[in-house]
Design a protein around this ligand. Structure first.
Ligand code: 5GP
Ligand code: ZN
Length: 115
């Protein structure tokens, strides 16, 4: 399924829910987390609805590579100069709350609220 009408992140992709965007192209959307753990806390998502890392297939390799390679560039653009942290929660025991694959990238001076 390319989009899930009940999925909050698909609604952000469709422009039905507002988000503070940091980057967008034909495959990916990046926006600021609504409840940031760190001074900079972005979420990188594929526009395609993939529920989690557990659903990834070999054909998603380029997409995931593109997403990963974007992180250092965006963190630099957002003023993060002293390191950052990436988290991908997967499934219930992985603590995933939104079931549309997303990569958290967090940075900025500590202390942080969480993480
Ligand atoms: P998870 O626990 O699934 O890895 O993380 C989901 C993240 O999405 C949480 O950090 C939460 O704050 C964020 N989030 C949930 N709903 C929204 C929303 O409507 N807008 C934005 N910008 N972030 C959201
Ligand atoms: Zn979705």
């Amino acid at each position: 399924m390319s989009q899930d009408s009940h999925c909050i992140f698909c609604k952000i992709v469709a422009g039905q829910i507002p988000a503070k965007k940091a980057y967008e192209d034909e495959d990916l959307l990046v926006f600021h987390d609504i409840h940031p753990w760190a001074p900079v806390h972005i979420l990188l998502i594929p526009k395609l609805h993939i529920a989690s890392m557990a659903e990834l297939q070999p054909e998603h390799a380029a997409l995931m590579g593109k997403m990963t390679v974007l992180v250092p560039r965006l963190m630099k653009e957002l003023g993060v100069t002293n390191g950052f942290r990436m988290v991908v929660n997967t499934g219930s025991d992985g603590g995933q709350e939104v079931h549309h694959l997303h990569m958290h990238a967090m940075g900025g001076p500590r202390p942080w609220l969480k993480g």
